[in-house]
Design a protein around this ligand. Structure first.
Ligand SMILES: *[C@@H]1O[C@H](CO)[C@@H](O)[C@H](O)[C@H]1NC(C)=O
Ligand SMILES: *[C@@H]1O[C@H](CO)[C@@H](O)[C@H](O)[C@H]1NC(C)=O
Ligand SMILES: *[C@@H]1O[C@H](CO)[C@@H](O)[C@H](O)[C@H]1NC(C)=O
Ligand SMILES: *[C@@H]1O[C@H](CO)[C@@H](O)[C@H](O)[C@H]1NC(C)=O
Ligand SMILES: *[C@@H]1O[C@H](CO)[C@@H](O)[C@H](O)[C@H]1NC(C)=O
Ligand SMILES: *[C@@H]1O[C@H](CO)[C@@H](O)[C@H](O)[C@H]1NC(C)=O
Ligand SMILES: *[C@@H]1O[C@H](CO)[C@@H](O)[C@H](O)[C@H]1NC(C)=O
Ligand SMILES: *[C@@H]1O[C@H](CO)[C@@H](O)[C@H](O)[C@H]1NC(C)=O
Length: 412
């Protein structure tokens, strides 16, 4: 996509020569649609000339030649549709190089009505996203990631019914998710992460083709939203979501679920842990008070990573974790778990478990015997509990809680 390539036929085809001759004879200036040329010029005018380096794509935009009928080293980063009749060519893609262009995106962008792809990633565009973006009805891919855009998502975005991929991550955008965003039925990928969005997230069930949703690192609050079952990857971390985990229980296709660093509470339900395809579950840094692990046999077999550290988990360590055959990394540190380490954990520690962090709890009793053997692959920590943990064993490094903090723990 980096280079400008005609989509319909090659420069060397007889048809092209014929067309060139015909065009040269009749309408010398109208090879590329006038509006499109004007829009491209306005895009360049919006960019600070000092940020256009000699080797950049924009520097190859030489308006003394026709954009869609220039050589392969001119007008880098655009694609055109070259019609076979003598109507004018249209720009169908702008795929800029991410080299730190500084400036504003012109509202005239909205005149490039045949655009299907607009990529401005990794630059320094600032100011608002123009509302005229809503005129680009044929867009399938819109990626503005890693810029300095401010303001909200324009309401007009909901006009982009063909949009499949929308990435506005890592900007300085704020406001809420526009209420009719669920009208974007073609969306498969949506990332708004690393911005300053806030507000409640409405019911997004209507985005029924959505595969990946990333709204992490914002200020969204309220209950977790209702989400489409099509989702495979969900990133909701680093927001202010509260309430319980229930809205996620029917997401049967989810593989990667990260809801860490919010204010979620209640039970880490067994139906979340045993979602059929989930392999990574990160519920850490919340306010969950218990974890309900039932026998994973038959379900939840793909779970490989469970991060539930830094919650308020009470009760005993869940014995049934050993029934999740693919589980290798477990972090339950910084909770209020008490009681003994289940003897069933011993075998797992010698075989499939690679990481087990149980530090900063109130566990009591002895280490599993298996841990006193030298183990190569295993890492973890059992420090800061109320265990009999010989300091020459690696996982005991850091010591245990003082006796005063452990008073009464042995009887629970
Ligand atoms: C080409 O364009 C001219 C003027 O725009 C028009 O008169 C003519 O009919 C067109 N020819 C074809 C083959 O479309
Ligand atoms: C292009 O867009 C601008 C701003 O959106 C609009 O005012 C203007 O009429 C358009 N120009 C053409 C030639 O379509
Ligand atoms: C959003 O949808 C409502 C009805 O569902 C409609 O009245 C409103 O005009 C839409 N907003 C936009 C910006 O299209
Ligand atoms: C984020 O938005 C909030 C209001 O919702 C505002 O108070 C805060 O200053 C903004 N932060 C940044 C870094 O823009
Ligand atoms: C969410 O929206 C879908 C349709 O888009 C609707 O069927 C469903 O009832 C809504 N759920 C809730 C809890 O409002
Ligand atoms: C889980 O979430 C915590 C807190 O947000 C983060 O530090 C950690 O890297 C996450 N783990 C993975 C595997 O993404
Ligand atoms: C467990 O992991 C392996 C290796 O990644 C994978 O091939 C297998 O399908 C997983 N088991 C289940 C039941 O998903
Ligand atoms: C486990 O969680 C603790 C915080 O409680 C964190 O410091 C540690 O890095 C985590 N370990 C792994 C392997 O994720």
């Amino acid at each position: 996509m980096a280079k400008k390539t005609p989509t319909k036929f090659s420069f060397f085809s007889p048809l092209y020569s014929l067309l060139t001759i015909t065009m040269t004879l009749s309408q010398i200036h109208s090879l590329t649609h006038e509006n499109d040329i004007h829009s491209l010029q306005e895009i360049v005018h919006g960019i600070d000339p000092n940020s256009i380096s000699p080797s950049s794509y924009i520097n190859s935009w030489d308006f003394t030649v026709d954009p869609c009928h220039s050589t392969g080293s001119q007008f880098l980063g655009i694609l055109c549709d070259l019609p076979l009749d003598n109507s004018s060519s249209r720009v169908t893609a702008i795929d800029l190089d991410g080299i730190g262009y500084e400036g504003f995106l012109t509202p005239v962008i909205g005149n490039l009505t045949e655009l299907t792809i607009l990529n401005l990633n990794n630059n320094k565009f600032r100011g608002p996203i123009p509302e005229t973006i809503g005129n680009l009805r044929k867009l399938t891919r819109l990626t503005f990631s890693d810029n300095f855009f401010t303001g909200g998502i324009p309401q007009e975005i909901i006009e982009l019914k063909r949009l499949e991929y929308l990435d506005l991550s890592a900007n300085r955008l704020s406001g809420t998710i526009p209420s009719n965003m669920t009208g974007l039925r073609s969306l498969t990928y949506l990332s708004l992460s690393n911005n300053n969005f806030s507000g409640r997230v409405q019911n997004l069930t209507g985005l029924w083709n959505l595969n990946t949703l990333d709204i992490s690192y914002n200020q969204f609050f309220g209950n977790l939203p209702n989400l489409p079952v099509s989702l495979r990857n969900i990133y909701l971390s680093h927001n202010i979501f509260s309430g319980d985990i229930t809205p996620l229980k029917d997401l049967i296709h989810v593989r990667w679920l990260d809801i860490s660093d919010n204010r979620l509470s209640g039970v880490i339900r067994r139906d979340i842990l045993s979602l059929r395809f989930v392999s990574h579950l990160n519920v850490s840094y919340n306010r969950f008070t218990s974890i309900n692990v039932v026998n994973g046999q038959g379900q939840g077999q793909r779970l490989r990573l469970l991060e539930a550290q830094a919650n308020n988990l009470k009760g005993h360590l869940p014995v049934n974790l050993v029934t999740f055959t693919n589980l290798t990394i477990i972090n339950l540190s910084n909770n209020q778990l008490h009681g003994p380490i289940p003897k069933e954990y011993g075998l797992k520690l010698r075989t499939t478990w690679r990481r087990l962090y149980l530090d900063h709890n109130f566990l009591t009793g002895n280490l599993p015997l298996e841990l006193t053997h030298k183990s190569t692959n295993f890492k973890g920590s059992f420090a800061n509990n109320c265990l009999n943990c010989p300091t020459n064993v690696g996982v005991c490094r850091g010591g245990q809680r003082p006796a005063t903090e452990c008073t009464g723990q042995h009887n629970l």
